[in-house]
Design a protein around this ligand. Structure first.
Ligand code: ADP
Ligand code: MG
Length: 311
């Protein structure tokens, strides 16, 4: 059991106490205040070594990514993150000071960046490193942005470069070093933008399984279709240099970008473009015809959409 006390030592003071927390790590449960006029927003993501990240990914990146993917889900609802709980199944080989310190630092640094507290968790031993992070956040009552509100005529936007993580993974799997490894290992959740879109966006999702598939979730939840111009999807210079079909494969069918995809009424798009400190990118529009229709620089084309399949 001594490694478990080692674990608590690492986690107990890993993050700053949040003002909402009355009791944090150390008791049977954490106890938190729910701010007035807010709704609790919660999500959980499970990451399995070898499936969600290469088995030799360093601890720092695993800690970072496990938190980032959950903050990305909160961002996609327009929520303000508050806290996480960490379920950790750890192989004996990683239950050592060096790995735990590196992992905890990765987790703690992104928590600090977004004012998130680690308020609890559970630790067990297992053969395969498995992490389950539960994230909690708050949104003003009735203001959560769902997948289901997109309207015909709305502009479809993304928050930044798409396809970088998938391209990096393909390079790593091919045995070469990738200049975009950071996009795969250290994604930055669009937490601030998500909140700024409250009151503007009609629908929103974060892109974890590929833009094609994830936009498809907005379309089915909203019972609409979309027309996307592939030439308008922002791409890193290294992807712009690829043959189109390869670039589109990474952008539409690759995963792990953790950018936001959202829909905006035309007027809101103009307002936001003027108001936001960072650009947002219009890539198409919502149409009545069901399904996803694709253009390349205005010309209709066919391209097969097939996002990440878990089963
Ligand atoms: P219990 O047996 O009551 O579930 P534990 O011994 O598992 O309690 O945990 C003791 C305390 O340590 C709890 O407050 C729990 O939230 C915290 N804790 C355990 N594992 C983790 C972890 N992986 N991350 C953060 N906190 C943890
Ligand atoms: Mg326990």
């Amino acid at each position: 059991m001594s490694e478990f006390s080692l674990i608590y030592q690492h986690f107990q003071n890993a993050t700053q106490r949040h003002t909402y927390t009355d009791i944090g790590i150390g008791d049977d449960c954490a106890v938190s205040a729910v701010p007035a006029d807010m709704q609790l927003v919660s999500c959980v993501d499970v990451l399995v070594a070898g499936r969600h990240f290469p088995i030799d990914t360093r601890g720092y990146a695993i800690g970072h990514k496990a938190v980032a993917v959950n903050l990305s889900d909160l961002a996609a609802m327009g929520a303000t993150p508050y806290a996480i709980l960490l379920g950790l199944s750890l192989p004996q080989s990683l239950a050592n000071e060096a790995w735990l310190a590196d992992f905890t630092r990765g987790m703690a640094e992104i928590c600090r960046q977004f004012n998130v507290e680690l308020i609890g968790g559970d630790t067990t031993r297992s053969e395969v490193l498995t992490l389950s992070v539960t994230a909690l956040g708050f949104v003003p009552h009735g203001q959560a942005i769902t997948r289901g509100g997109a309207q015909v005529g709305d502009i479809i936007c993304v928050s930044g470069d798409i396809g970088s993580a998938s391209f990096a993974l393909s390079e790593i799997l091919a045995g070469t070093k990738s200049a975009l490894q950071h996009a795969l290992d250290l994604p930055i959740p669009q937490v601030t933008l998500g909140q700024q879109l409250r009151g503007f966006a009609s629908g929103m999702i974060d892109i974890s399984d590929g833009l094609g598939q994830d936009l498809g979730h907005i379309l089915s939840a909203s019972q609409v279709g979309a027309l996307i111009d592939l030439a308008k999807i922002p791409a890193h210079a290294l992807l712009q240099a690829l043959p189109k079909q390869v670039r589109w494969q990474h952008q539409m069918n690759g995963g792990d970008d953790y950018q936001l995809c959202f829909t905006l009424p035309k007027k809101a798009f103009a307002t936001l473009q003027a108001m936001l400190p960072h650009p947002i990118y219009a890539i198409g529009k919502i149409v009545a015809k069901p399904g996803l229709s694709l253009l390349d620089g205005g010309r209709p084309i066919d391209f097969p959409i097939q996002g990440y399949q878990h089963f």
